[in-house]
Ligand binder design. Structure first.
Ligand SMILES: CC(C)(COP(=O)(O)OP(=O)(O)OC[C@H]1O[C@@H](n2cnc3c(N)ncnc32)[C@H](O)[C@@H]1OP(=O)(O)O)[C@@H](O)C(=O)NCCC(=O)NCCS
Length: 156
């Protein structure tokens, strides 16, 4: 995908045929990317999954989450590097908030690396607050990295 600023970003459910586009973003974005198998399993078991893009264009970002027992949990949120800085992550979070509210989930949880400044800025601006730390949560080289556990209260 080439760098562009679009006004017609649209969010829709992720489908199995999106996975090639999703994997291309995933493998560029993360040092420890999810495998194709993980994405397929997430869709198969019915996790909530959306992509953001433009009609007729490739996928620019995606989010996967679970919603259960009154809580939503963001498993993966990722925007193609050439589409970052346009608040697309925020639009995906808005979609999850709407879904969580419709399923009577009042909290959204997620983990983030302390070193992930871009993600932390997004989450702080959105209203996530620090709830705890999960020691040695993420793989790393030479050593594992803690995760910050963040929580967001879904407005009634
Ligand atoms: C974290 C991420 C989802 C944010 O998505 P986004 O749609 O770019 O979010 P925003 O537009 O709100 O920008 C968030 C921050 O990213 C940074 N940013 C802005 N433009 C950027 C760009 N072109 N490239 C990289 N980072 C940029 C800024 O710090 C910005 O915060 P600010 O506007 O308060 O200065 C995205 O950077 C991403 O996919 N990163 C790789 C995967 C990842 O880390 N996911 C989160 C795991 S917890």
């Amino acid at each position: 995908m080439s760098a562009r600023v679009e006004s017609a970003w649209a969010i829709r459910r992720m489908r199995p045929r999106d996975i090639d586009d999703v994997l291309a973003i995933e493998t560029t974005a993360y040092g420890y990317p999810w495998s194709e198998r993980i994405f397929r399993d997430c869709l198969r078991v019915g996790y909530r999954a959306w992509v953001i893009g433009c009609p007729g264009l490739t996928v620019a970002g995606y989010m996967l989450a679970t919603i259960a027992a009154g809580e939503a949990h963001v498993l993966n949120l990722c925007i193609d590097d050439c589409a970052r800085g346009q608040r697309l992550g925020e639009q995906l979070l808005d979609t999850l908030v709407a879904q969580a509210r419709s399923e009577q989930a009042d909290t959204i949880l997620l983990e983030v690396r302390p070193s992930n400044t871009s993600a932390r800025r997004l989450y702080a601006r959105y209203g996530f607050v620090h709830q705890g730390t999960r020691p040695n949560y993420y793989p790393g080289d030479p050593k594992r990295e803690d995760a910050l556990l963040l929580a967001y209260t879904v407005p009634a």
